[in-house]
Design a protein. Structure first.
Length: 274
């Protein structure tokens, strides 16, 4: 499901708990598509300068004076989730939707903090900041069709949305798309370093790597062809690309390394569940 028409300007009062890289990326997407800043309460003791520039102020949660929120978006680091959940629970009412983007934290964990509350666990990624993210969502049994639509709207405001019913898939989702942007950025970084090692000036190597990765990603986005076909279209038999791919596609090459990397990230996501 791709981003379409949004009515974020009609969204109820939303609490964003944690405004770091992921929370900030989503907030940028929401504000760009019409969510009124006055409808968002940012609960983050140390918001970044970028978040402050958006007009959002950090605040602490006072459970005794907490206003109930239509939607609570949990974007804190999973390592501190257990510490902050008791105070965040004061923001939830009977009709609240809790939308968590914390890696590894399961619906069971969240339901302990928010009993009898509708909860959606989601894994977005940082291209959400430019409306090109992808998020995978899984609901608990309390989520209504209307709340499912709200969750879809919030995440489709920042890119593509997919729903799954099997929560066990979320660890692999985290490893592929949640962490995936870092793999792509590493590719650009390593390609530039390889260019420098081959004799290119640093500035030129970095520009060639950046534009090649960005342009190839956009071609992949726009083209109806699958990645394997696009790869073959660049590769002439016996040519320079073929020589490079013999290395990258060898037994210890790119495929094997990525499988190891995704397996390691999947395992870590499982460990973060606590």
């Amino acid at each position: 499901m791709t981003a379409g028409n949004h009515s974020l300007e009609r969204m109820g009062h939303l609490a964003l708990v944690g405004a770091g890289k992921m929370g900030g990326a989503m907030l940028q997407g929401w504000l760009a598509l019409g969510l009124p800043p006055k409808n968002v309460a940012i609960f983050d003791p140390n918001p970044s300068s970028e978040i402050a520039a958006l007009g959002a102020n950090g605040m602490a949660i006072n459970p005794a004076k907490a206003d109930k929120r239509s939607v609570i978006v949990l974007a804190v680091k999973p390592q501190i989730a257990a510490e902050v959940m008791p105070s965040v629970a004061a923001l939830a009412g009977g009709d609240t939707l809790v939308l968590s983007v914390m890696a590894g934290k399961t619906l069971t964990f969240l339901q302990t903090a928010f009993p009898n509350v509708a909860i959606v666990r989601a894994m977005p990624n940082t291209p959400a900041a430019i409306g090109r993210g992808i998020a995978v969502l899984v609901p608990n049994a309390k989520v209504t069709s209307a709340q499912r639509a709200v969750a879809t709207e919030l995440l489709s405001a920042t890119g593509t949305v997919e729903w799954v019913s099997d929560e066990t898939l979320m660890d692999a989702v985290t490893a592929v798309s949640g962490s995936g942007p870092a793999y792509v950025f590493l590719l650009a970084e390593a390609l530039a370093q390889a260019g420098i090692a081959a004799g290119l000036p640093k500035e030129l190597a970095e520009k060639l790597a950046r534009e090649t990765v960005a342009g190839s990603g956009e071609l992949l986005h726009r083209s109806p062809l699958d990645p394997a076909t696009l790869r073959k279209n660049v590769t002439s038999p016996g040519g320079t690309t073929a020589a490079a791919l013999e290395i990258l596609m060898g037994p210890a090459g790119f495929d094997a390394l990525l499988k190891q990397a995704v397996a390691a990230a999947t395992k870590r996501s499982q460990e973060l569940a606590g």
